[in-house]
Every structure is written in C-alpha cells, then in structure tokens.
Design a binder for this molecule. Structure first.
Ligand code: ZN
Ligand code: FE
Length: 256
C-alpha cells in the first residue's frame, strides 16, 4: 500500500491535494477539493497523471470552482456530501457520515464535521485525514452554519484519530493562527516551536501541511479546551463543558 500525496497550492492560500495510488492497476489519482483548475492541471501534467476522482469537503467557492473544468477535461467522478448535494457541483456519488468510498486500492471513511458549513465532510484514509475547513493547520474554520456544540463534536472525532495520523487541511492560515494561538497560550512551548517552523516554511514558500493529530492536539487552541491557560484566556472556569470553551475560543478568534 503506497499513497503519495502531492500538495497543490491554489489561489491565495488554499491547498488542494492529489492522491496517487500506484498499487492500483495503471495508477489512480484522486483530488481533494478543486480551488482552481489551472495549478491542478499543471501538477497532473507535470507527472503524466490523469485524474480519476474529485473528493469535495464542502461547497464553498474556493473549494469547488475548478470542478467543472477538470470534469470536462478528465471526465472524472465527483464525490461529495449527500447532505449538501444541492449546493455542491453535480455529484456522481453522494456520501454520508460513516460511508466508505473507494480511492484507488484504498477505502476512505467519510466523517461529518459540520460547523463551518452544513454537510462539511472529512475523508479518512490509512494514516491520513483530509479536513477541508473544519480542522485547519493550527486553527479551525469559522462557524458559518453550525453551533459550537456541533463543530466541537466533529473536532472531537478528529482528535480521537491515532496521534500519528497526518492532517491535510484546506488553507495556509498558519502565521495568523499562530499569533492567535500564542495569545491564548503564551507559555505553550510546543506552540512556540511550531510558530517558528511555520515561519521558516512560509519563508521558503513550502507547505505548512501535513501535521500530525498529535501535534495539533499539543498546539491547536481549538483542540485544547481542557488547557488551564486557554480556560483562563477565555474566562471559562474548570467546570465549563469543552464545547462551551471551544465556542469561546472560536468567538475570540472571530474578533482577533
Ligand atoms: Zn470554506
Ligand atoms: Fe476555504
């Protein structure tokens, strides 16, 4: 089993991902999100690959606007959430929480991570998770369409993945996320180190993904409602439920 992931930077700060499975006869290439057809097309051409599938995390423009052009060119299958089918581009395959879809020789599990939008899904593959705008590198998406309780339920499920699972998320907001995270938890040493690493990667123009679930758990303020310093920062007491603390952290980030 070997799944190669190519990070394709798109637009200002989006990431799309090409998943190449060469265990599959003739090779199989899937794409997670289609922010812009041109750079994705170029990345495929450069490797002599063709596109078999597009997996969509959610309906926002900056994740789907390349779909029609790519479908026209490659005739690929488009997979997305049944719950949001009316707002997504035309889907060939609809999936819901708990479903599995075949990606080359591998099986991807779909989990519902609504909150940023209704019907936002993540795709879990062996050792990897593609989270779109739910869990982001050192952050999480703004809650446009869900309650803190709903969004927290999704983040809790992502947190429960094996700590070595690699997270591939939809954007590079790392530098801004790091500033906010340090305001929440100025003394978190793992966070200080991560900020330095993000700055170094940004300076070289390299992707800040992937990062392991374990590292997100140690540094991402949205996954750390149990942290005493975060509770102090958002004026929550020791008895506040995690979802409520998470909601306060998200509200603080909205104003940051
Ligand atoms: Zn979005
Ligand atoms: Fe986005």
């Amino acid at each position: 089993m070997s799944l190669e992931v190519v990070v394709v930077p798109c637009l200002e700060d989006n990431y799309a991902y090409l998943l190449h499975d060469d265990d599959c006869d003739g090779g199989h290439v899937a794409l997670v999100d289609a922010p812009d057809a041109a750079p994705i097309h170029a990345a495929l051409q450069q490797r002599g690959w063709t596109l078999s599938q597009i997996l969509l995390t959610h309906h926002h423009h900056d994740h789907v606007q390349g779909v029609s052009e790519l479908v026209q060119h490659y005739g690929c299958e488009v997979i997305g959430a049944k719950a949001d089918a009316q707002r997504l581009p035309p889907l060939d395959t609809v999936v819901s929480d708990g479903d599995h879809c075949q990606v080359g020789s591998l099986s991807a599990q779909v989990i519902d991570v609504s909150g940023h939008t209704r019907g936002h899904i993540a795709f879990v593959l062996p050792g990897k998770v593609f989270t779109g705008d739910s869990l982001m590198a050192l952050g999480c998406g703004r809650l446009f369409e869900g309650s803190p309780e709903q969004a927290w339920a999704g983040l809790e499920r992502l947190s429960a993945l094996a700590p070595e699972t690699l997270v591939y998320s939809g954007h590079n907001y790392g530098a801004a996320n790091a500033r906010f995270a340090l305001q929440m938890e100025p003394d978190n040493q793992a966070l200080q180190e991560r900020q330095a690493r993000i700055a170094a990667l940004d300076a070289k123009g390299e992707p800040i993904v992937p990062v392991s679930i374990g590292e997100e758990l140690a540094t991402n303020p949205f996954l750390r409602p149990h942290s005493a310093s975060i509770r102090a920062s958002v004026k929550a007491d020791a008895n506040s439920p995690s979802a409520e603390v998470f909601g306060r952290v998200r509200a603080a980030k909205d104003k940051f």
